[in-house]
Design a protein around this ligand. Structure first.
Ligand SMILES: *[C@@H]1O[C@H](CO)[C@@H](O)[C@H](O)[C@H]1NC(C)=O
Ligand SMILES: *[C@@H]1O[C@H](CO)[C@@H](O)[C@H](O)[C@H]1NC(C)=O
Ligand SMILES: *[C@@H]1O[C@H](CO)[C@@H](O)[C@H](O)[C@H]1NC(C)=O
Ligand SMILES: *[C@@H]1O[C@H](CO)[C@@H](O)[C@H](O)[C@H]1NC(C)=O
Length: 535
């Protein structure tokens, strides 16, 4: 199709990246200074400053349990779905797994030191379900798991860092998959409710920010529509899996996740909130969809893509039902909420967590024929980063994820309008570098692209806040390079470099930049006076 010229545009963007890299390689320090001053002259000289955000604004970093902890069989931990999935040949790009990852289970104090050096006031991390409940509700609480997270929570609080806890970030006890098919069964709601309550009971005296789920829209699409995440279920033409049904199962799974969220919020409100005084929300992967052309059809296509991606989870929580676009296309394949479910959903949430990385163009495939994008659900849209040979942003290490700083303002303003300006936290935002085993820290530490990425996204986030968006925090993804799911160790998102052979951590330029910003330095795009004098 005529829109299929994305690879060429990608190539062009890669070419200019190569030039940048060549310039940097020329003479590391002089090269970097050159790039810094080039950046200075080509960009609008915005002076981003900590004081443009409320003093109580949470500025943090994020991590997730399976991606960093390792110690996968230690201290009575049960196997998780990711432990099993990553051990099956062909599932992970480089054949790696999270058995050791960053060895954070043993090195968490060192990593908390890195956070202290950054000067963050909050830390977003997740709890490994199978470390706390190795057999779900069919076994006991593992005290060693509780002890580990108590040590983490107490260590960060002692350093003035607020815990922002994700109850579930992709990893679930394998036991629940084996017993009843995990998210495909209503049984999982009881298990999730039990797990959430164990967490509130054990940690809620100190944890004031909870999110029930990280990116349920990724769990459903990647695990049950494309099949690239556990349990690797899908059907043709979405993917080539042994089991699954891509136009049915993602919606059953989503339904059980939404009602598990509602159950946890209900438990928290009824039994813990008064005593513990915290807030509870959910985190959604929130890509922005921009109409490819200024036509009614493409404008509706972009809305439909948002519906099948994000309103899917948030509309039921706010309005008690799925968006009309999903009803129209899915018909009886979309589960329905009973009156009891709707009653439970009235607990809603206290805040929306937004993981924002990228934006894409959306083209209508209902009224004109085009290649429907299977990774965007059954929305009947084609998505592309390319408009008339022009990329929507600059490429990053993750294919299809262009850096599009204005996208964060669009998403935040959209959430503000649709969900009554409910408090929002940017729970993830970050930049990836492609890596392989023959590259070293030196190849990655001068990450000017990541500095510019964070600077530009914060600038547009601040613009949304000035327009009245109720955004209360921002978490850079991520503290340290980690096990990046199906990409294994081939993508690096860290403010700190990790050598996975030695477990050495090295702060990148971006860590120094973020720390200067948080300490209140005036910082223009990648060129704080502090940075140029230091480099
Ligand atoms: C689909 O998977 C089957 C079984 O693993 C394999 O034999 C077949 O070649 C695959 N087809 C495609 C199109 O990848
Ligand atoms: C998926 O489920 C729907 C509804 O039951 C059914 O019509 C369709 O044939 C199924 N598709 C596959 C690939 O099994
Ligand atoms: C889209 O088209 C409408 C009507 O044709 C026009 O008023 C509007 O300015 C256009 N928007 C953009 C972004 O081009
Ligand atoms: C790793 O990446 C570098 C830089 O892109 C490349 O030159 C090298 O050939 C790659 N090595 C392997 C083992 O893939």
């Amino acid at each position: 199709m005529i829109w299929k010229n994305e690879p060429k545009a990608e190539l062009r963007a890669r070419e200019s990246e190569k030039k940048l890299k060549a310039a940097r390689a020329m003479g590391s320090i002089n090269g970097l200074l050159l790039i810094l001053s080039l950046q200075f002259f080509v960009s609008n000289v915005y002076c981003l400053h900590r004081s443009q955000f409320n003093p109580s604004f949470l500025f943090g970093v994020g991590t997730s349990s399976y991606q960093i902890e390792g110690a996968y069989l230690e201290d009575n931990k049960g196997l998780s779905n990711w432990d099993v999935f990553s051990h099956i040949e062909g599932n992970i790009k480089d054949g790696s797994n999270g058995d050791i990852a960053d060895d954070y289970y043993h090195r968490y104090l060192e990593d908390i030191e890195l956070m202290t050096n950054l000067g963050v006031n909050s830390y977003r991390f997740s709890i490994s379900w199978s470390r706390i409940l190795p057999k779900g509700r069919f076994g006991d609480v593992n005290q060693a798991g509780i002890t580990f997270y108590n040590k983490v929570i107490n260590a960060i609080l002692a350093r003035g860092i607020e815990p922002f806890v994700t109850i579930n970030h992709f990893d679930i006890p394998q036991e629940l998959l084996d017993r009843y098919g995990a998210w495909l069964s209503v049984e999982i709601r009881k298990d999730y409710g039990h797990f959430a309550e164990v967490c509130f009971k054990a940690f809620g005296d100190r944890v004031k920010y909870w999110t029930t789920f990280n990116e349920p829209n990724s769990v459903t699409k990647l695990g049950y529509m494309i099949g690239s995440y556990p349990p690797g279920r899908c059907s043709q033409p979405f993917g080539n899996c042994t089991y699954g049904n891509s136009s049915l199962e993602p919606y059953i799974v989503g339904h059980n996740i939404i009602l598990s969220h509602a159950m946890a919020v209900d438990i928290y409100r009824k039994y813990y909130k008064a005593k513990q005084g915290g807030n509870i929300g959910i985190t959604i992967a929130a890509k922005w969809f921009e109409p490819l052309r200024n036509t009614t059809a493409d404008i509706l296509a972009a809305k439909r893509a948002m519906a099948f991606d994000q309103h899917w989870f948030l509309d039921p929580i706010f309005f008690g039902d799925y968006p009309s676009e999903m009803h129209q296309i899915l018909g009886p394949n979309l589960p329905t909420f009973t009156s009891e479910d709707k009653y439970l959903l009235e607990a809603k949430l206290d805040f929306i967590g937004i993981n924002q990385y990228t934006a894409t163009y959306a083209q209508d495939c209902i009224h004109s024929s085009c290649e429907i994008d299977i990774s965007d659900g059954n929305a009947l849209v084609y998505t592309t980063a390319d408009r008339n040979g022009q990329l929507i942003g600059t490429t990053t290490g993750l294919p299809g994820f262009c850096a599009v700083p204005w996208g964060i303002e669009k998403v935040v303003m959209h959430m503000k309008e649709r969900y009554n300006n409910t408090p929002m936290y940017i729970t993830e935002n970050g930049y990836s570098q492609v890596s392989n085993s023959s590259m070293t820290a030196a190849d990655f530490v001068s990450d000017i692209e990541r500095v510019n990425f964070i600077h530009d996204y914060l600038t547009y986030l601040n613009s949304a806040i000035r327009k009245g968006a109720n955004v209360r925090g921002y978490f850079a993804w991520t503290l340290i390079d980690n096990f990046e799911w199906a990409y294994g160790l081939t993508l690096r998102f860290g403010l700190h470099h990790v050598d996975f052979k030695t477990q050495d951590r090295t702060p990148r330029l971006s860590a120094k930049w973020y720390s200067n910003f948080l300490k209140g330095s005036k910082i223009a795009k990648g060129v704080g006076s502090e940075l140029s004098s230091e480099y």
